[in-house]
Design a protein around this ligand. Structure first.
Ligand SMILES: [Zn+2]
Length: 428
């Protein structure tokens, strides 16, 4: 059921939110069904400076739709990726556990696909070289493709060949000409950020050698829904994939998913392995059928399953606010840890500002001295926590909970406690 939001007096026609959706970025079907509406929100990476505090800020609707044909959960594109990613403030190397994840990946792929000095590894959205450095160390040729010039420069300074470009068919043809096709073509947490999904996947097909392998990691929609991870929805994150849907997308471009792994990263991700449809040298692993069946049994090909998510999100918001209200009534201090994209969604959707969180901290110097978008919570160096001794440390990047609690264990010296909001509010 949809709620009318406006009356057009001239025609008497009711305009409902369902009429506002564009077309599915994979199959082109008109989007009619809301997955979840998180209200108005600013872009998550636009941390604002002191001078900007008195200026207007752009807010965009944060409403996710689900396509009733292919079940791709998606947002409309409000801002061109060129504006979002050209000067990005996310440096992967600031997360120790993510760098370690990349190291283990490089080791596993080198072994499984027998990569050596004659192979070519290409990473799309290679960030600051946090992953490719592990291949470089073992003498395997690499190329990073990274749209943010400032981040690509950091990678080059480390000696990692990097080209500053957005990826799609055109870039794929250029790279294939310049440096050759890839034996291993990978992209971690990029598929969700791609506005033109078909152009991107078609580009991967072009850049892949006949016997080559593609691996992609992205947050698994199954886990998002199962664990209330509504804050992983933000404007820069255009698509949310189940395995059954991503399989359809790749198949439409002549690529077969021959294996899949479930990972703990980002609250639960999938790592898919793709190859050319006609490359039967790589047999399809039983994991593929098992996961497909689990999703189909879980209702991932039925619209009702997706419509139920909204209520779950509202309930999660109420629990988060209950924690803050109780803490403030008891005269406690709460500070945040991290200023990640997901934090922006959570803070804006729940209406959490300095009335609840005194300040937050982040290890990235690019964020320190700035303020969270929309909610204007100041961001400092983590060292500030030692001086102010807060009662609660509210962890916004809950996916890095273990790493952060390890680093911040010293808050126990003054009886400080950790709080994570997702999947349920937990104080410990
Ligand atoms: Zn669709």
């Amino acid at each position: 059921m949809q709620i009318a939001v406006a009356d057009n007096k001239d025609t008497g026609h009711k305009v409902s939110p369902g009429d506002l959706g564009g077309s599915c970025r994979f199959c082109g079907t008109k989007l009619r069904h809301t997955f979840v509406d998180l209200g108005m929100s600013p872009l998550c990476q636009t941390h604002i400076s002191l001078e900007q505090l008195n200026h207007m800020e752009a807010f965009y609707p944060l409403r996710a739709y689900v396509c009733h044909e292919c079940f791709l959960v998606q947002l409309e594109e409000f801002v061109a990726p060129g504006d979002i990613f050209s000067d990005y403030a996310y440096f992967s190397s600031y997360s120790d556990s993510w760098v370690e994840h990349a190291r283990r990946y490089a080791e596993a792929m080198t072994q499984r696909f027998s990569l050596n000095a004659t192979s070519q590894v290409v990473e799309i959205a290679s960030n600051d070289g946090y992953l490719l450095q592990h291949f470089v160390r073992t003498g395997i040729p690499v190329l990073g493709v990274e749209p943010a010039a400032n981040i690509a420069q950091v990678a080059r300074d480390k000696g990692i060949a990097t080209t500053v470009r957005f990826f799609g068919r055109e870039t794929a043809r250029e790279i294939a000409r310049e440096t050759g096709q890839a034996d291993l073509l990978l992209g971690n947490n990029v598929l969700a950020h791609v506005p033109d999904l078909n152009d991107f996947v078609a580009g991967m097909k072009i850049l892949l050698k006949a016997q080559g392998v593609i691996t992609m990691e992205f947050p698994h929609l199954y886990r998002l829904m199962d664990e209330n991870q509504f804050d992983t929805i933000y404007h820069e994150h255009f698509s949310y994939f189940s395995f059954v849907t991503v399989e359809k997308v790749f198949a439409a471009h002549g690529l077969t998913l021959f294996d899949v792994e479930e990972l703990k990263t980002h609250g639960g991700s999938l790592r898919i392995f793709a190859r050319h449809a006609n490359n039967s040298a790589l047999p399809v692993s039983p994991h593929v059928g098992t996961l497909r069946k689990r999703e189909l049994d879980g209702g991932f090909a039925r619209l009702e399953t997706y419509s139920a998510f909204s209520e779950q999100v509202k309930d999660t918001k109420r629990s988060i606010l209950e924690f803050f209200i109780a803490a403030k009534r008891a005269g406690k201090t709460v500070v945040g840890y991290g200023a990640p994209g997901k934090g922006n969604t959570l803070l804006n959707y729940c209406g959490i500002r300095q009335d609840f969180i005194d300040y937050t901290v982040d290890r990235s110097p690019y964020k320190q001295g700035k303020f969270t978008p929309g909610t204007h919570i100041p961001i400092y160096d983590p060292e500030r926590i030692r001086g102010t001794r807060p009662d609660y440390l509210f962890i916004l990047p809950w996916n890095l909970m273990d790493e952060i609690t390890g680093q911040m264990m010293y808050i126990r010296e003054w009886g400080g406690k950790f709080v994570v909001p997702i999947p349920q509010v937990k104080v410990f």
